[in-house]
Design a protein around this ligand. Sequence first.
Ligand code: 5GP
Ligand code: MG
Ligand code: MG
Length: 191
Amino acid sequence: MQSQSRWYDADIERVLITEEEIRAKTDELAKQVADDFAGIDQVVLVGVLKGAAMFMADFARALGRVGPAVELEFMAASSYGQGTTSSGVVRVLKDLDRDIAGKHVLVVEDIVDSGLTLSWLLKYLASRSAASVTVVTLFRKPAAMRSAPPLKYIGFDLPPEFVVGYGLDFGERYRELPYVAVLKPEVYARG
Ligand code: 5GP
Ligand code: MG
Ligand code: MG
């Protein structure tokens, strides 16, 4: 079948991680988590909107095939706004719907850069008395190795560049890209 050009093709500088690589890695992470959680029959996945939406949906299904039953919880917190650098200020836009006391929580993250958002979230979840809190992140940037809280499951290490796609936005756009890519400099300059 002839592949059609898409509206965003002209904006892409290069693809860093393909759709196929994301799918394979998601299955691999789900297997690791399933092995480690053997004997536990219920895990609460906490996804942080909006960036983690795509990974949450795919990871939950991958885990469902090989691991424990899951509950899906979403929180919305904002730290980046429209720009490309972290403000360190986290605002809760949507809280958990249910009590997580005594539950095994797995935070599902899209990307960890400075780790500021995640540090804040882990403190927040700890204050809710979860039985355990672990983190799976699909992407990690180099800064995370210095300052981020411990990450048990990591999909891919990325270069220190601002990326878009698979949930990650630039000014709320490009989240629907099936892969992760760097945009052309002129696109970032347009803001
Ligand atoms: P941190 O607090 O670790 O610096 O950043 C966490 C959040 O910043 C991520 O959940 C994501 O929303 C955003 N972020 C960090 N790096 C990138 C990036 O390269 N591209 C995009 N689109 N968002 C990013
Ligand atoms: Mg995130
Ligand atoms: Mg964003």
